[in-house]
Design a protein around this ligand. Structure first.
Ligand SMILES: *Cc1c(COP(=O)(O)O)cnc(C)c1O
Length: 220
């Protein structure tokens, strides 16, 4: 199967309201150009430098998603063009994004990365930490960011029951946030969950945005 066919079939299978981010990390420009030619205009990368190099060389109507961990000192490099940062896991990082967004005369959309897996991972907020962040006085002052929702990764396991349970817990938190009053910098409408191995489960548990790499481009 070609990349174009993979993308078209995948998109065709998505219910209305679910968007596809094609995860292109480690792949050469040529494959991104193939995906672009097939109509794919949202790409996800996990490294700031790699994304920056690709961004300068590819068409400007591509929406770039940062899905990997972001260090505070790297925010500056993405602030002029990033479309959505999926991996916000501290108020400090959010403050830096706000600062760099302001310098670029933009508002940057962000998701809070929530820790839902039962395996040890380094990044992500606990649900109660995310609540504390959103209710902190500092958050209210950040005018150049907008929290658009949540991102989470399920445990990497064949146990689909566990994966479903983890996605359901993220969905429940997302729904609870949607009930809170929205403000200029808090407008939750994106639930980023699901990768190649589990996006079908994620969609059935309410995902609005899936991040798919190997199912489109093959193994990295
Ligand atoms: C690499 C990656 C993906 C895509 O993984 P695939 O298994 O190739 O679909 C999705 N989300 C994040 C955060 C990733 O790092």
């Amino acid at each position: 199967m070609s990349i174009a066919q993979n993308i078209l079939e995948l998109k065709e299978s998505l219910p209305k309201g679910v968007e596809l981010v094609a995860v292109t990390k480690t792949h050469p420009l040529k494959l991104l150009q193939e995906a672009y030619a097939a109509g794919q205009k949202q790409f996800g990368e996990n490294r700031v430098q790699e994304m920056g190099e690709k961004q300068t060389l590819l068409p400007k109507d591509i929406r770039w998603h940062l899905i990997g961990h972001l260090q505070t000192n790297k925010v500056r490099e993405v602030a002029s063009y990033i479309s959505l940062i999926h991996s916000v896991d501290s108020i400090r990082l959010l403050e830096e994004i706000n600062k760099q967004a302001l310098k670029n005369g933009r508002t940057i959309d962000c998701l809070l990365q929530i820790f839902i897996a039962s395996e040890e991972t380094k990044f992500g907020l606990e649900i109660r930490e995310a609540e504390a962040l959103l209710h902190s006085g500092v958050f209210g002052l950040l005018k150049n960011i907008r929290v658009r929702g949540l991102m989470g990764m399920a445990t990497n396991t064949p146990d689909t029951h566990l994966v479903r349970k983890e996605f359901a817990s993220l969905r429940a938190f997302f729904e609870s946030l949607k009930k809170e009053p929205s403000t200029p910098n808090f407008q939750p409408d994106i639930l980023s969950m699901g990768m190649s191995s589990d996006y079908r489960i994620a969609i059935s548990e309410g995902s609005t945005l899936i991040r798919v790499g190997s199912a489109i481009f093959g193994q990295r």
